[in-house]
Design a protein around this ligand. Structure first.
Ligand code: ADE
Length: 240
């Protein structure tokens, strides 16, 4: 998979070279290229923003500069890329969207700052046949200072689903939200069996796989009821 990220603060994205993704890049499973948006600004001050039409606080990022950046990345691409624009007003990012994006060959993340990117950028590239699709995506109901951290969240969630990136592919299947019954995961424990007076539940040490599976299911159900009742109400009605 090829991933381009365009940002005003390229070094903000340095963590993408660490850990699993660093290794995946060394192995050639993923190629990540970070671009500085200012490289496509043309005036002396390398301006990338302007005041908003209709008034209001802050600045809006220029469609002219973004257009130059995205055209240049598209012109060097081998396939029609997916354009992802992180924004708190976008479609919610979830495990289903992550899995679908994990099957793509080329993703381009456009990180906005200030009050965001001129909305014509998303409109224009949605109609451009040379892009596979445009997704405006939110990682949650809060406002970040820019799209960089949101892009990193999405890139981590997407790339760990690519075969060969995780050491143990089963850990993907077991994740909260990817499980068929879509419950969050229950608690996990390792050695020692007693730590600061707290015991690992007896059942996990019993060696009885059936009991362990049932216990994990019950714990997941209880945790989901406490923290994510919305997930339970989303479940389809059981057949009669
Ligand atoms: N940019 C600012 N806040 C964001 C959010 N919650 N999701 C995606 N991009 C953002």
């Amino acid at each position: 998979m090829k991933i381009d990220v365009i940002s005003l603060f390229p070094s903000y994205l340095d963590p993408l070279n660490l850990s699993l993704l660093g290794k995946a890049q060394e192995q050639g499973i993923v190629e990540i290229v970070i671009h500085d948006l200012r490289d496509w600004a043309t005036d002396q001050h390398r301006t990338v923003d302007d005041t908003p039409y209709g008034g209001g606080p802050g600045m809006v990022m220029s469609p002219v500069v973004w257009g130059e950046a995205l055209d240049s990345i598209r012109n060097q691409a081998m396939v029609d890329p997916v354009l992802i624009i992180p924004t708190p007003s976008g479609q919610p990012f979830d495990q289903v969207l992550a899995s679908s994006l994990a099957g793509e060959e080329h993703l381009v993340f456009a990180c906005g700052r200030y009050e965001g990117i001129d909305s014509r950028v998303g409109m224009h590239y949605s109609q451009d046949q040379r892009w596979s699709s445009v997704r405006e995506v939110s990682i949650g109901d809060y406002v970040l200072a820019g799209g960089e951290v949101a892009s990193m969240v999405m890139i981590e969630a997407i790339t760990r689903l690519i075969p060969g990136i995780l050491g143990n592919p089963e850990s993907v299947i077991d994740d909260s939200f990817s499980r068929l019954d879509s419950l969050v995961e229950g608690p996990v424990f390792t050695k020692p069996p007693t730590w600061r007076g707290l015991e690992v539940p007896e059942v996990l040490r019993s060696g009885n796989h059936g009991l362990v599976a049932q216990w994990r299911k019950d714990q997941a159900q209880a945790r989901t009821e406490t923290f994510r009742p919305d997930l339970l109400s989303d479940l389809p009605e059981p057949p009669h």
